[in-house]
Design a protein around this ligand. Structure first.
Ligand code: SF4
Ligand code: SF4
Length: 382
């Protein structure tokens, strides 16, 4: 029997968060059986980019602190880490930790912040995609990894939670290379599941107190849910989270990929919910990112029409040069390298753009939006 905890927590006041996180984790009995006293644990936090906790882009420091304290109470030593978007450097880490409130978490709790920017090659013979991959050294050196995720929509993957969060163990710009090598959403979803299977988080928590809907993971709208979710099975956790936010799991490639591999029972028949039941929540479904549908026309139209639509109507990144500060983050994060900045401002070659929306995800200024042709939804309406 799998277990998922769903606990109410209306705000980020630390005592409330700590109570909710402890309650959620205490509902998952398998955790205590797995973690031995003296273990070293990486709390892999979603630290996508330099953002304040109020932006609802990164896992809130109150949630991370509660997880750290829970692990410390179990006799573990804890390190907080991630490889955010862009180059994996100490300077970037310092800036991201500070902005996201992690520096204070480390000061208050005495836990470590990871500044080791080296990587190791990891063999992953059971993987469906990359049989060897680079991962950040700290993720290899600890005894356990915890996925401390944020509940958000995602331009490319529709949703990001416990599984997608673990892509941050891939170091810096190697992520860009892997995006390019796994040049389809299905391949990329397989790779995310491969990573999750390799890292095997001992448990996962989703910060769903303030989530993000619409054009997540960085440029969407904040959405209050007031929930902390936890499980030792990240696939089941994401599936339950998708149910809570009303996103059809068939639109979430990681959930589909995990289900195809039999990593969880998609009927959720063997899942015990601890705490509040999803049916009791009555949450208005999350707004999807504008880029959704992109992969869901297959089989519904003739191939010729499908190709014409994909070429001419599919969503595209649009750069607002007035908001742009010419930082170049989009250019270095563009997998096929199709963004030209020779004029000082980014200009993409849309003919070669693979619509990964990394530029949209990583722009610190929200200067990249996703636009789709007005006919797109009409043609694709089910
Ligand atoms: S569009 Fe955004 S990421 Fe790209 S250069 Fe401008 S500010 Fe930086
Ligand atoms: S321009 Fe943006 S969406 Fe297109 S390939 Fe580059 S990063 Fe991806």
């Amino acid at each position: 029997m799998e277990s998922v905890s769903i606990v109410r927590c209306e705000n980020y006041e630390f005592n409330n968060v700590k109570k909710a996180v402890y309650e959620a984790l205490q509902g998952i009995t398998a955790i205590k059986l797995k973690i031995a006293i003296g273990s070293k644990v990486l709390v892999k936090t979603n630290l996508l980019m330099r953002k304040s906790p109020d932006d609802a882009v990164t896992t809130h420091p109150a949630v991370v602190e509660a997880i750290v304290r829970y692990l410390q109470d179990m006799g573990c030593s804890v390190v907080i880490g991630d490889s955010p978007g862009g180059p994996f450097t100490k300077e970037r880490l310092r800036a991201v930790y500070k902005a996201a409130g992690m520096t204070e978490v480390a000061e208050r709790t005495g836990c470590e912040l990871n500044y080791d920017t080296s990587a190791v090659e990891m063999s992953n013979s059971g993987a469906k995609r990359l049989k060897t991959m680079q991962i950040i050294r700290v993720a290899r050196e600890v005894d356990f990894v915890v996925s401390a995720a944020k509940l958000k929509t995602h331009g490319m993957m529709t949703y990001t939670g416990a599984v997608k969060n673990l892509f941050g163990v891939i170091p810096g710009l190697i992520k860009v290379d892997y995006h390019m090598r796994l040049n389809s959403i299905e391949n990329f979803a397989d790779h995310l599941v491969d990573i999750c299977e390799a890292v095997k988080p001992v448990f996962s928590i989703i910060d769903g107190i303030e989530g993000m809907e619409g054009d997540g993971p960085s440029a969407g709208e904040k959405r209050h849910l007031g929930l902390i979710l936890a499980s030792d099975n990240p696939y089941v956790l994401d599936r339950v989270a998708s149910k809570i936010i009303g996103i059809d799991p068939s639109l979430i490639p990681t959930i589909k990929a995990a289900s195809q591999r039999g990593l969880y029972d998609e009927t959720l028949g063997n899942v015990e919910i601890k705490g509040i039941k999803p049916e009791e929540l009555h949450i208005e479904p999350f707004k999807l990112p504008k880029s959704k549908n992109i992969n869901f026309i297959g089989g519904r139209l003739s191939k010729a029409l499908e190709r014409a639509i994909m070429k001419n109507l599919r969503p595209k990144p649009v750069f607002n040069h007035k908001l742009c500060i010419s930082c170049g983050d989009c250019k270095i994060s563009c997998p096929p390298g199709v963004i030209d900045m020779s004029s000082g401002k980014p200009i993409p070659d849309l003919g070669k753009c693979i619509r990964c929306f990394c530029c949209h995800e990583l722009c610190p200024q929200k200067a990249v939006s996703i636009k789709k042709h007005w006919l797109y939804d009409i043609v694709l309406r089910k």
